[in-house]
Design a protein around this ligand. Structure first.
Ligand code: GDP
Length: 360
């Protein structure tokens, strides 16, 4: 830990890591996101909505506050964490096959009562394919028989206070799941016992319902990202951006929800995105975000921005987006001479997507 302090990092120039949550259906992905967000989308806005794409930005100050019991505040160097909630959505298929490396880091959620399930393994293969770093959330620990709840407590603190029976059930289930991971070719270990992060994947026991282990998960995500990905997280001017969703919004017309991985996007920028009928060339009319700590899919007034710096998730309003395709890249035309080149790149993107549509 001391060595971290010796490393020269230009803190001003680090962008937020982008994090995805993956796992089997019902393992608790939505509840986990709700828990860290402090809202209740899953309960409040039933059914289909949890299938939609959303993203939440957590400012570092908020994370500091929530992890202060772990006494780690001085070490946060990134401005925040952008959590994207992509699973199950149609455009995620495009994102998957693009292997676009959209996420810097992922949380793989495993239900402690069920162990590895088909979609856990599917997610695992995706992560391996993309070479994405990830942390395992061993969720639903509160379902162990006789579990005593210590709301929002760091997990070791909570585990220590459980009865012998609970502790032994926890141990055998954990051991079982470590074995299942081994069968998938992965070494895993409880995060606080893991001395070889990078070789061995870390497991954070959590309860998305009681909040136990959530401080550990947040802190580990940030620390791990900023320790191992300084170069990747160093802000670059070159724009890197993906369209996650195309939506009609009353009063705004067709809008696109965009993840900006790197660079800056400004109102008035000329952009090119993939469209069903060819590249769409248009001009950014508005850049909109929900209020901090809320998710884009939660209703409410948008905040308007003149420019937005990566990493962020936001809505772009611009004329002519009706046939835009989700899961493809967005480009900015720096000067008019480049327009034809950019259109060509977009066409290439489109071809690869169309090929996949044909095949499936
Ligand atoms: P998703 O399909 O992975 O998004 O799973 P959900 O978040 O929808 O959760 C599926 C069900 O498991 C819901 O009924 C949740 O309330 C429940 N659940 C999720 N996390 C936990 C947890 O940590 N503890 C308990 N007891 N239930 C949980």
């Amino acid at each position: 830990q001391e060595e971290e302090q010796g490393t020269e990092i230009d803190v001003q120039n680090l962008r937020s890591p982008i994090c995805c949550i993956l796992g089997h259906v019902d393992s608790g992905k939505t509840t986990l996101l709700d828990q860290i967000r402090g809202t209740d989308v899953q309960g409040g806005e039933a059914g289909g909505i949890t299938q939609q794409i959303g993203a939440t930005y957590f400012p570092a100050d908020n994370i500091k506050e929530r992890t202060k019991e772990l006494r780690a505040d001085a070490k946060l160097k990134v401005p925040g964490l952008l959590v994207i909630d992509t699973p199950g959505h149609q455009s995620f298929t495009n994102l998957r096959s693009r292997g676009s490396g959209l996420c810097d880091i992922a949380v793989l959620v495993v239900d402690i009562m069920h162990g590895l399930e088909p979609q856990t393994i599917e997610s695992l293969n995706l992560l391996k394919m993309r070479n994405t770093e990830f942390i395992i959330a061993l969720n639903k620990v509160d379902r162990l028989y006789g579990w005593k709840v210590f709301p929002n407590a760091p997990i070791q603190q909570s585990l220590k206070q459980q009865s012998d029976n609970v502790q032994s059930e926890f141990k055998w289930r954990l051991t079982d799941i470590i074995t299942q991971f081994k069968e998938q070719g992965l070494n895993t270990e409880l995060y606080y016992k893991n001395k070889e992060m990078g070789e061995t994947y870390s497991i954070v026991p959590t309860s998305a319902v009681t909040g136990e282990g959530i401080p550990d998960l947040l802190l580990l995500l940030l620390k791990w990202a900023q320790k191992t990905m300084v170069e990747k997280l160093t802000f670059k001017d070159e724009l890197q951006s993906t369209v996650l969703e195309v939506k009609v919004i009353e009063g705004l017309g067709t809008t696109i929800d965009v993840v900006l991985v790197n660079g800056v996007l400004r109102v008035g920028d000329q952009i090119v995105v993939c469209g069903l009928e060819g590249p769409i060339v248009t001009v950014v009319r508005a850049l909109l975000t929900p209020h901090p700590m809320k998710e884009l899919r939660v209703k409410g007034k948008y905040m308007k921005h003149k420019e937005i710096k990566a990493a962020q998730f936001f809505k772009v309003a611009a004329p002519g987006l009706k046939h835009a395709i989700a899961g493809t890249a967005l480009y900015v035309v720096e000067n008019l001479d480049d327009l034809e080149d950019v259109k060509e790149v977009v066409m290439e993107d489109m071809k690869s997507i169309m090929c996949r549509v044909d095949k499936s």
